[in-house]
Structure formats: C-alpha cells, structure tokens
Design a protein. Structure first.
Length: 280
C-alpha cells in the first residue's frame, strides 16, 4: 500500500469519528455494518475510494471500495479505533470534536482574516471612527494622512474634523466625489494611496507635518519647538522669518502650497465651502 493510501485511510477514520460524534449511535462498536448504517441514514461519511482491485464480494466493499481482506492495514487501524471506542477514552477523544473545533481550516482562515487587524494604526483610538489612522512617524501603510501617536497633545474635536476633511478633500480631488475607486478605498477602515502625510501636535495651535517619502531637510515642518530660533532654523529659513508655531490649518496650507506662487486653488475652495470645519 502506498504512503498516501495510509494518509487517505487515516482521513477516512477521522470522517467516521466525526460522524459518530455528531450522531451518537447507541452501538459504538465501529464495524463495517455500523458504517453501512450511517451511510444508509444519510450521514455525510466519506471513505476515500481505493484502487479498483478490492474483492467486490461484500456490501461494504461495494459501497466504499475497500474491505478487510483487501486492506488489512486499514482493518488494523479500525480495530484500534474500535478498542478506543469501547473504553473510557471515548469521552476524551470525542471532546476534541466540539462544534468550535469542527470548523474547517478554510473557515478558520477566513474568520481570522475577518477579525484580525492588518494595520499598524490603532484600531481602538477614537480618531479611527473618523477614518484617521493614529500611527508612528513612520507608518507601515501609505495612508493619505495620519496622526502621530507620539504627539505631545491630542487633536481637539475641530482639529479632528479638519484632519478627516483633509483626507476627504484628497480623495475628491484626485478620484472624484462619486468615483468607484473612492468607494473602493472606503470599504476599508482607512484610506491608503501613494504618499503619506503625518501630522504631529506639539501643543495648542502648534502643529507640524512631514511627508513619509522625505529623505533630506528637516524631519518636521515647522521644526520641533526645541530647534526654533537656533542656527539651524536661521539657515533653513534664511529668506523668511522662522516659522512656528502654526495651527493645523496653517500647516495644511503649507502642504497645499498656499504660501507659494502657485497655491492649490481647489484647497482654498474646499475650505470656503466647508466653513463648519474651516471657520474664517
């Protein structure tokens, strides 16, 4: 008998045990007649089909494609199973086959996928309800925007609404207000695209941001408070007064180039039509 045949027969024994655990027949002596009875009752017991060489002289052989004379090794396994069924080990054995443990591997994987959290953002943070990821300054995902959990202060309710609106404006601007891609993004807890903006709050009305792809220059813009007013800041902002502190909206304006020759007119319009989030 080939090795894979032993594996198939072992699977067959497991199938019979499962059927027995679920139906609980009075006769626990697992004979060929018992298996026939289970099959006749419509119990979903599957015995794998053996190569087409059994004797075909018994009813069981005709049903399942194996018999004791043709498959003595399997018969030995069945005898061992019957011996277990006749002892107190039966309860311990069948305890394994509880409804919770009878879930298929596919179902378990699907359940794990549905309930596990794949993001590095904090699932239980209240900002997650607004689709705002709370992450580190180096997020694992390409979120449209996120809030740095290492910030010294938390956003106010208005600032949280502004962060959420910033993310929404990005989606509307690049994908369209009712596009299929925007709807596809919103099937997930957070919006991810190409480049991440990370916002950090130092204190009241004191914010900075960074772009996750930055490789040169200051880590935060504006600089962290401890660097403002020093030589580095003077060199960095030689053509303008050292910036900071800035409000969250002012930081967003810098990201949208509102202080440059070619500001984002769409961002200015967005703020104007959402005065409840961006009061004048």
């Amino acid at each position: 008998m080939e090795t894979h045949d032993y594996v198939d027969h072992a699977d067959a024994v497991l199938a019979v045990l499962l059927a027995l655990a679920l139906t609980g027949p009075d006769d626990t002596n697992l004979t060929e007649a018992d298996i026939d009875q289970l099959m006749a009752a419509g119990v979903p017991v599957q015995i794998v089909t053996a190569p087409p060489t059994p004797c075909q002289t018994t009813q069981h052989c005709a049903y399942h494609g194996w018999c004791r004379r043709w498959a003595p090794e399997f018969a030995t396994i069945m005898s061992a199973v019957n011996k277990v069924l006749r002892t107190d080990q039966l309860s311990a054995l069948l305890a394994v086959f509880t409804p919770a443990n009878l879930t298929s591997r596919h179902d378990r994987t699907r359940h794990m996928t549905a309930t596990s959290w794949k993001y590095d953002a904090d699932r239980d943070d209240p900002l997650a309800n607004l689709r705002i990821p709370v992450t580190s300054a180096h997020p694992d995902w390409r979120y449209i925007a996120c809030f740095d959990r290492e910030s010294e202060a938390r956003p106010t309710d208005l600032e949280a609404a502004q962060l959420a609106s910033y993310i929404e404006q990005y989606k509307v601007y690049f994908f369209g207000a009712n596009s299929w891609y925007k709807r596809k993004l919103e099937e997930q807890p957070f919006d991810a695209d190409a480049v991440t903006r990370v916002f950090h709050k130092w204190a009241d009305d004191d914010w900075s941001y960074r772009v996750d792809t930055w490789q040169y220059g200051p880590f935060w813009v504006p600089l962290a408070p401890r660097f403002r007013g020093g030589e580095f800041a003077a060199h960095l902002y030689a053509d303008e007064a050292a910036i900071g502190p800035l409000t969250l909206v002012q930081v967003m304006d810098r990201d949208k180039h509102m202080h440059t020759e070619y500001p984002s007119k769409d961002w200015a319009t967005w703020k104007a039509v959402h005065p409840e989030v961006f009061p004048a």
